[in-house]
Design a protein around this ligand. Structure first.
Ligand SMILES: CC(C)=CCC/C(C)=C/CC/C(C)=C/CC/C(C)=C/[C@@H]1[C@@H](COP(=O)(O)OP(=O)(O)O)[C@]1(C)CC/C=C(\C)CC/C=C(\C)CCC=C(C)C
Ligand code: MN
Length: 389
């Protein structure tokens, strides 16, 4: 896109960084690798992660899942959401400006994620624009560490971005794109925690370039991608006829974020290595007789193929876990989710088709396959809620 320029206005007006949402090139990767998906295991009431550092990342993240699910349940017990339409006037909101802000979010979304944008067009107008607003905030947050100004981003800049997030959640947006999100979070039971956690993921990217094991990687993937699932469910909505527990739907949403990020990491091994980053778990590399040097050398050996097979298997398990939840979403929200799931999942097939050369060959899903997936996604979206899990 020729350049959607977004201003990151720092509080106190002492610093203003231009955040340019331009190319999707040369960026970091994020993701993780593991043993067995065990989301649905009931995790007992958990105290603070700091008080008990022995808890696994999955347990810590599950706390957040429970909290998000509780919020949605609370909302379900209340009267239906008042999604004031843009034609109302209440004397306080400038509806024209707000509509313009949402339209702008839609434009950014269309520019960066065309297929996903098309999918959102099937959603109700209120939900669609709320998803756009969340998308734009996520994209801007990622651009802070991956965009053209990434080299100027410091932990303090991320602190300012977080302060700005607090403000927008309290109804004090800094610019029009924030205003759209501010409006969204006032209408849907969206909690601030996943947003803060995504910023935490960006902090991690500033200070960490190796992951010792899957537990560390899992936490990173939750921060940068699992959070997206948790942010999205309250807006996409759970089907009123769904018999699934709210927690299980949130677990599926979390799994989709994790699966996507794992896939991202596997696709971008070479690109990340050229930036000095290795997201693959060090202990698993060692188990396959591989080291950082093998990654930097970028030779596709049998050791590498075997390692990759294992990683791909795990990513697919997360996709499988995610699939269980899609049908539980509101009917109109299912199509974009199925579309994104099927498309992302195929990147794993593409890595296999490239004979696991993810050092110098980018795995991608061609246009034909992409378009063929859309009716499949649509067909799946039409199938009603089914699974009690
Ligand atoms: C029950 C059920 C399954 C519900 C569905 C829940 C749901 C909608 C989950 C969405 C999961 C999703 C799309 C996660 C995003 C994962 C992702 C790709 C994260 C990327 C992070 C950084 O990665 P990196 O820098 O390594 O990669 P790039 O090269 O930069 O791509 C992100 C870029 C973080 C920022 C995330 C976004 C911009 C996406 C935000 C998307 C939405 C808010 C809409 C999600 C909705 C749908 C339908 C996909
Ligand atoms: Mn990125």
């Amino acid at each position: 896109m020729a350049g959607v320029l977004l201003w990151v206005v720092c509080p106190k007006g002492n610093a203003t960084a231009l955040l340019s949402l331009i190319p999707r090139s040369g960026k970091h990767k994020r993701c993780r690798v593991h043993q067995k998906v065990k989301f649905s295991t009931g995790v007992s009431a958990i105290s603070s992660a700091v008080a008990n550092p022995a808890r696994s990342s999955e347990e810590k993240v599950y706390d957040v899942v429970l909290k998000q699910a509780a919020l949605v349940k609370e909302q379900r017990g209340k009267k239906p959401l008042d999604l004031g339409t843009s034609t109302e006037t209440d004397g306080f909101t400038d509806w024209d400006l707000l509509n313009e802000a949402y339209d702008r979010c839609g434009e950014v979304c269309a520019e960066y994620a065309k297929t996903f944008y098309l999918g959102t067009l099937l959603m109700t107008p209120e939900r669609r624009r709320a998803v756009w607003a969340i998308y734009v905030w996520c994209r801007r947050t990622d651009e802070l560490v991956d965009g053209p100004n990434a080299s100027h981003i410091t932990p303090r800049a991320l602190d300012r971005w977080e302060k700005r997030l607090d403000d927008l959640f309290e109804g004090r947006p800094y610019d029009m794109l924030d205003a759209a999100l501010s409006d969204t979070v006032s209408k849907y039971p969206v909690d601030i925690q996943p947003f803060k956690d995504m910023i935490e993921g960006m902090r991690l990217d500033l200070r960490k370039s190796r992951y010792m094991n899957f537990d560390e990687l899992y936490l990173y993937c939750y921060y940068v991608a699992g959070t997206v699932g948790l942010m999205s469910v309250p807006v996409m909505g759970i089907a009123p006829e769904s018999k699934a527990s709210v927690e299980s739907v949130y677990n599926a949403a979390l799994a989709l974020g994790i699966a996507n990020q794992l896939t991202n990491i596997l696709r971008d091994v070479g690109e990340d290595a050229r930036r000095g980053r290795i997201y693959l778990p060090q202990d698993e590399l060692a188990r396959f007789g591989l080291s950082d040097d093998d990654i930097f050398r970028g030779q596709v050996t049998d050791k590498w193929r075997n390692f990759m097979k294992d990683q791909i298997k795990r990513a697919r398990m997360f996709f499988d876990e995610a699939e269980k939840g899609v049908s539980e979403l509101n009917a109109a929200s299912r199509w974009p989710v199925w579309a994104s799931l099927l498309l992302y999942r195929q990147i794993l097939d593409a890595i296999e088709e490239n004979d696991y050369n993810n050092f110098s060959k980018r795995a991608y899903v061609g246009k034909v396959k992409k378009f063929a997936s859309l009716p499949v996604a649509y067909g799946r979206a039409l199938m009603g809620t089914s699974k009690l899990f």
